[in-house]
Unconditional design. Structure first.
Length: 280
């Protein structure tokens, strides 16, 4: 039996499954963890989700995602802060240790990328008291730069680490293979952050050719060196979730989730086991 002790399936990988079906599916396949999405929780009900997760004995790797800070005016920023506070309440209720913050891109019509990054920092700072009071980490996920305009102007692990240093306790990062594999500073930034900085490790692969904005490959089918990135996290002492997150409109989302999960276990098992004790 492979060691799947750190393995979580992010439920966006199997969008045909409702929350209840995903929980039962993971239980059936022996996957111990789940990454939950807001829309599936809303459909199923927050209390019902929490109850079912507990009953199935699943642990929650992460909650996806925070609300974008992508409105230009102060009222818009405040609205996003208020909505995010409710997101953190919901995350706490379902037992998520962190909320994955996809921070939002440029406001409509804006070219002020530096100004937007400053606005995002202000929004993130405003969440600290509420999130730390709930014990839920604000997990900053850098997105590949191709998403800078529309989804997130936080684009490298260095930027995320800089924000964590600036904002203090209560913040972490998400290292997502899809978003970070290309970054020449990735290894150094993983080492810089250390084990306690990383909230979750999202795995999948980079497909060649990439056909649209939701076209990730299954682990092993692309060009990203997942083994190398996992080894850098091992060296840093990271011992947290290894979470498969696969957006795939043209392929995996169309398949039977049973098939997706069976293949996912086979492909992710080499990366989903315990951190081995390292002897110097
Ligand atoms: Zn991710």
């Amino acid at each position: 039996m492979p060691d799947l002790s750190r393995f979580a399936l992010n439920q966006i990988t199997t969008p045909k499954w409702s929350m209840g079906e995903a929980i039962e599916g993971l239980r059936r396949h022996g996957i111990p963890g789940i990454g939950v999405w807001r829309r599936f929780i809303d459909d199923y009900g927050t209390a019902a989700t929490a109850r079912h997760l507990k009953d199935a004995g699943l642990w929650v790797a992460s909650y996806c995602t925070g609300v974008w800070f992508n409105r230009a005016d102060d009222a818009g920023l405040q609205a996003a802060i208020d909505e995010n506070r409710k997101v953190f309440d919901q995350a706490a209720e379902v037992g998520a240790p962190c909320v994955v913050m996809v921070v939002g891109g440029l406001p409509e019509g804006s070219k002020d990328l530096a100004g937007q990054r400053a606005r995002v920092r202000d929004g993130l700072a405003a969440l600290r008291e509420h999130a730390t009071g709930l014990g839920v980490t604000i997990a900053l996920e850098p997105l590949h730069p191709m998403y800078a305009a529309e989804r997130a102007c936080l684009n490298t692990l260095k930027q995320a680490n800089d924000l964590c240093d600036e904002l203090g306790a209560g913040y972490g990062t998400v290292v997502d293979v899809y978003h970070c594999w290309w970054d020449p500073e990735l290894k150094a930034e993983i080492a810089r952050g250390g084990a306690d900085r990383v909230s979750s490790f999202h795995i999948c692969d980079w497909r060649v050719p990439t056909r649209n904005m939701r076209d990730r490959a299954m682990v092993g089918d692309g060009v990203a060196d997942v083994a190398a990135i996992r080894s850098w996290l091992d060296e840093a002492g990271y011992d947290g979730p290894v979470e498969l997150e696969l957006f795939s409109e043209l392929d995996w989302w169309q398949r039977d989730p049973e098939e997706v999960v069976a293949i996912a276990i086979e492909r992710c098992a080499p990366f989903a086991g315990a951190l081995e004790e390292r002897t110097a």
